[in-house]
Design a protein around this ligand. Structure first.
Ligand code: SF4
Length: 151
């Protein structure tokens, strides 16, 4: 049974979206990859989920402003190991247009390690899908190295 699970899990990753104070531009593009058949991530075997506890990959948008920082970090810590993070847009990596604003101390990557960064403001859905494909490689490698922690 364990072997069957180990064989099937790498084929069906679940994605969770985490809004860290974005302007919603990136979130609209992420919604495209959930709703529009042409860009749907289900074509590459992924599925969006509503609970951080079920997630394998995390799409993070926004610069992690002071108002949401504590809540975002709490939700992020609920995602089980070995999660892979994808910073969507300029904000998670650098603060984007909010950089040096009053509501921001440091961008996301000072608090949450970003495994993959998808550039753009906002990035196109194709770029998000490319980021998810890169994240899948990282995630499958981590699963192989780290099977005992997950199962
Ligand atoms: S990268 Fe651009 S579109 Fe995305 S949340 Fe930041 S400001 Fe908005």
């Amino acid at each position: 049974m364990l072997k069957l699970i180990q064989k099937l899990v790498p084929r069906s990753p679940w994605i969770y979206r985490l809004n860290a104070g974005s302007c919603n531009g990136c979130d609209v593009e992420m919604a495209t990859t959930a709703l529009i058949p042409r860009y749907d991530v289900e074509r590459i075997g992924c599925k969006y989920c509503g609970s951080p506890r079920h997630a394998d990959l995390v799409l993070i948008s926004g610069p992690l402003n002071l108002r949401v920082r504590e809540k975002v970090l709490r939700v992020f810590n609920e995602i089980p190991h070995p999660k892979v993070t994808i910073g969507v847009g300029a904000c998670p990596a650098s603060g984007g247009c909010f950089r040096e604003g009053y509501s921001l101390e440091e961008p996301v990557d000072q608090y949450i390690p970003l495994d993959v960064i998808v550039p753009g403001c906002p990035p196109r859905p194709q770029a998000i899908i490319e980021g998810v494909v890169k994240a899948l490689d990282v995630w499958r490698k981590r699963l192989e190295e780290d099977t005992c922690c997950r199962f």
